[in-house]
Design a protein. Sequence first.
Length: 222
Amino acid sequence: MAQAILALLTSAHGVPAYGLVFGVLIASGLGLPLPEDVSLVTGGYLSYVGAAGFVPMLAVAFAGILAGDLLIFLAGRRYGSDLAESGWCSRFFSAQKRCRVEQYFERHGDGLVVAARFLPGLRAVTYFVVGTSRMATWRFLLLDSVAACVSAPVWLVLGRKLGRHLPDLLVWVERVHLLLLGVGGILVAASVIAMLRRAQRATDEMSSFDRATPESLVDGSP
């Protein structure tokens, strides 16, 4: 499938080229196995061969990235609470613990949104989870835009400058993709574990406080 899409991208010209890059970026943002960086490099290649303009392609790439990320964020906002309150999620996360988790994202979500832009394969999950938090949509778009202003131009410029070596460039991009995927998996796993431990510790502390008698709070006895 990926090879077929790549063949379509490299053979496109004009409006279809912009439309294909835009569509692939949205699909990638929704979590489909279509490497975003490969489509961006290919977009740069299309500007190298004259099939598309660099500035319009940059605008299309930026819009496609934000559109895909926003859709998965809004999906988390719309359906995340329903998932958390049903099935095994409701047993694993009490209402109190979910409140603690939301507070964690409220405090640390900025860095998470920016970092996730550079973690291929994990963006969709991260943005869905962030969507379930209390982060405002405008704030998410602002942070995502800042990160996209770095990622989109870098890959497009690489595709444009090294377009004559596209096959070798795509092999290198795929290796970088796999490396970042591994690093991202480790970082996200560590972050989730730390988040859950903080939430559990806060819940335990609150439970201990609730069990304390008024007399023990007054005279300081255990």
